[in-house]
Design a protein. Sequence first.
Length: 320
Amino acid sequence: MQRAGRHGRQPPEGGPMENGVGQEPGTPELPGPAAPRAPRARPRLVFHTQLAHGSPTGRIEGFTNVKELYAKIAEVFDISPTEILFCTLNTHKVDMQKLLGGQIGLEDFIFAHVRGETKEVEVTKTEDALGLTITDNGAGYAFIKRIKEGSIINRLQTVCVGDSIEAINDHTIVGCRHYEVARMLRELPRAQPFTLRLVQPKKAFDMIGQRTRTCKSPGEGRVASGKETLRLRTQGPPMLEEGPSPSEEEAAQRVDDLLESYMGIRDSELASTMVEVAKASPSVAQLAQGLDSVLGEFAFPQEFVAEVWAAVCHPKGDKE
């Protein structure tokens, strides 16, 4: 034992307790920094999942982004992650209003829709717009989110909402983002037939024969419980956040509508990101700079940026 005299002082016997523990009489008080506090344990987030066409219930945890989420689901059901086309929340149906995006409510049940039959469809582009709205699963598959009534595609009964677009004219598009696929389809020449290779999600018996609904509603694709959600990020750890406010949901919905009208895509997470950038931009020019730095690959036209800024910052000026 070291002598107390080496440290210059010794606490009196019967002195106060140190950190709630009484010291033995004559025990020196050693100098040094206080012991660091133990870090607060992060809550263990466990989600329940099933295959949409039917399976036992599995439990997943420990993912930080959509690709890792798919890998966890695939591990539970002993399938390849590439078999998963997309996921819906709280319904096994191909319901585009319930798509899993970048946010998951802590009480949400995840249904994974996997690859079913492959089909090829020949399309002749008689108009500039095919009537398709495209989205993607964040892991390499673009698929059809909406079919416009009366459009070219609507007249083809073999094409359904939820079908993944695997190839255009035998050119594979697996790995492309939804806006890239929309651009490819928009640039196809008119009056020249082309072929779409589609993969439909595997269906349960009660879903066979359904073409699915194509209508939309406010807050489409968003977690609208108002409770805490897990927000997945492309980079960095996931974050626990409160659900979006009604005003934020309405602004994101308006921007999502603009994305569909200008680009033929719908993406609630992209719309939410654009709302965040717009709220921090006092002018259209600064919004354009902000979007270019964050989302430069989209190359948004100036008139579109102006409409986004107006939709977020001056929504009362919009005419319904």
